[in-house]
Write a protein that binds this ligand. Structure first.
Ligand code: COA
Length: 559
């Protein structure tokens, strides 16, 4: 056993190349040729294989670090006992290139056709496969542009791939792609003309002058890309398993290291924050193309905007299949309002994220209702409509004050609870456009008349579409009353980040046993749903008992 320092092999002279993936961890046993790292330049990715079997003792780099030939990557405890004192950094650098690469030679001269435009020169230049760093043939795996496309300099034209590296070949300069002479799957060689680009330059301009020289901009691409790629092509041991065979035959892509995508696609995915394991590749052998990533993002944005995701799928749950309802009878499609779509998305989000428990109880509101009836005329004189709602708001606010374990939210860091020292109550409100939840602030500090007045103002604003965003924010607890509509009970969905909601159904006169006899009492069915991550059943029991007691004894409520 000996300890070795593995270094970056010959990467064709490329300097400061970024590490984009590290495929091993300290303690891992690795085989000779197993991929250790993936490096990426502007235009190419390359895998750095392990020079020999052993156990990773220490990682000397991290993702994002820049490395050059000779940079130390990791410490390896060699498994090869014969491999003792003779080992040195040179020997154990990952399989050096078969031959040192000379600087990439100039690409063949461009073929120039003078154009006829009076104010510019039109030239048809050959697009030539650049220096492949010794690889005799590489495969065309992606065509990034079509004839007729207008391109800027450095826009990707094609992607080539060898066993272990892929490279973008960019347009040498701006222009219109006239023709492509290759197809996906073709093998191409250095110097091969693979297309033609129609360029337009001002006479005498630098670019124009360059065109007529034997140094088309493609050389720039060669400098940028194929040099490291060339190294990657040659630096990879022949015995190493080709990336393609490891990745594309696997139907289930769960590991980012097994994703089959080129450097430009990987870069685009990183820029957009896309997890490539979730993208379906439509390229050759299921390779993920840039268009696949764009389509994936477009679909996500569309779903988020339309709320379709909310009504059809969520959290990895299979989507409800699309159904052609017209096959069963006459139908018409009605556009969902924005509020309906937002509600659908919110309901799905809350239903899927919040582990719900619902408890049920009944409050004896006989006295409260008698009191309310006795105050109705006076309230009306003051311009206030006294429905059960303001009493429910007041009772909920008092119960939240008395049982603060309900007046919380889960902190997004997953480490804290937010204990609120204010009491704002949301009122679920049925409006012509859909469900809205205005928030009545500081309900614990307000009297019944003021609550009634403010609640009806908020409800009216909600129904007229006049609510401001801040009038729908900051709720601690929501009341959803279907009492005017009927029903004996329902399970409301918690309005996250709140942790509880009360559903109110229609009060009914019911016989109640008073210890001696059954007496008719006005019973209000209530349901409290809560987020079981934040609230325990016992907390709910206490909160609910307090709430019911407050509603059953109007004197306590007023106090
Ligand atoms: N039991 C019996 N009667 C009730 C009642 C109850 N629980 N709640 C209200 N009523 C009565 C009221 O007293 C009133 O009658 P009155 O005029 O004779 O006094 C009548 O029903 C109408 O009340 P309403 O105007 O609807 O006022 P409200 O203050 O009770 O309710 C809203 C206001 C905004 C809560 C209600 O109109 C609403 O939109 N609810 C829908 C909530 C919803 O959609 N939630 C989502 C469900 S998941």
């Amino acid at each position: 056993m000996s300890k070795l320092t593995v270094t970056v092999p010959d990467i064709g002279g490329a300097e400061n190349v970024e590490i984009i993936e590290i495929n091993v961890a300290v303690g891992d046993s690795v085989n000779a040729d197993q991929d250790l790292l993936v490096l990426e330049t502007d235009k190419a990715t390359m895998e750095i294989p392990c020079p020999q079997a052993g156990k990773v003792q220490a990682l000397l780099v991290k993702v994002g670090d820049k490395v050059s030939e000779g940079s130390a990557i990791l410490e390896l405890e060699s498994a090869d006992s014969a491999d003792t004192e003779q080992n040195n950094a040179e020997q154990i650098s990952a399989e050096p290139a078969a031959a040192a690469q000379e600087p990439a030679p100039a690409a063949p001269a461009a073929e120039i056709n003078a154009g006829s435009a009076a104010d510019s020169v039109e030239s048809l230049i050959d697009l030539v496969v650049p220096d492949l760093g010794g690889a005799s043939e590489v495969t065309v795996i992606e065509l990034c542009a079509r004839p007729g496309d207008t391109l800027s300099a450095d826009d990707s034209l094609i992607v080539l791939e060898s066993d272990k590296a892929s490279m973008d070949i960019p347009a040498p300069q701006g222009g219109t792609l006239k023709e492509l002479l290759i197809n996906i799957g073709d093998k191409v060689k250095e110097g091969q003309v693979y297309g033609r680009l129609l360029t337009q330059e001002q006479p005498g301009s630098a670019a124009s002058a360059q065109q007529t020289s034997a140094q088309p901009a493609l050389n720039k691409a060669v400098e940028n890309a194929p040099a490291p790629t060339a190294a990657a092509v040659s630096a990879v041991p022949v015995a190493a398993a080709p990336v393609v065979s490891e990745t594309t035959n696997s139907a289930e892509k769960t590991d980012i290291h097994n994703v089959y995508a080129g450097p430009s696609s990987r870069r685009l995915a990183r820029q957009l924050g896309v997890d490539l394991t979730k993208v379906k590749g439509t390229g050759d052998r299921s390779r993920i193309t840039k268009d696949d990533i764009r389509d994936y993002v477009k679909a996500l944005v569309k779903q988020a905007e339309s709320g379709v995701a909310a009504v059809t799928s969520g959290a990895g749950i299979p989507a409800v299949p699309a159904v052609d309802f017209a096959q069963f009878g006459e139908i018409e499609l009605q556009l969902m309002s924005k509020i309906k779509k937002v509600t659908a998305a919110n309901m799905s989000r809350n239903w899927l994220n919040v582990p719900h428990v619902t408890q049920f109880d009944e409050a004896d509101i006989t006295d409260l209702d008698a009191f309310r009836a006795s105050m109705k005329a006076e309230a009306e004189k003051q311009g206030v409509k006294l429905t059960p709602l303001p009493f429910l708001i007041k009772a909920a606010a008092s119960a939240l004050t008395l049982e603060p374990s309900f007046n919380v939210s889960l902190h997004h860091d997953g480490e804290h609870m937010v204990q609120k020292h204010y009491v704002h109550i949301g009122i679920a409100c049925d409006t012509p456009n859909g469900l809205m939840v205005p928030v009545l602030r500081d309900a614990d500090k307000k009297g019944i008349y003021q609550i009634a007045r403010e609640a009806s103002e908020l409800i009216e604003k909600a129904r007229n579409g006049k609510l401001k965003p801040n009038e729908m924010q900051g709720g601690c607890f929501t009341i959803s009353s279907l009492g005017a509509m009927g029903g004996t009970g329902f399970t409301p969905i918690v309005n996250a980040p709140e942790v509880a909601i009360m559903g109110v159904s229609k009060a009914q006169i019911k016989p109640q046993w008073n210890g001696k006899e059954f007496v008719p009492r006005n019973m209000l069915p209530l349901a409290v749903s809560y987020d079981h991550r934040a609230i325990n059943g016992a907390d709910c029991g206490r909160f609910f008992t307090t709430l019911v007691a407050l509603l059953s004894d109007v004197r306590r409520l007023i106090l």
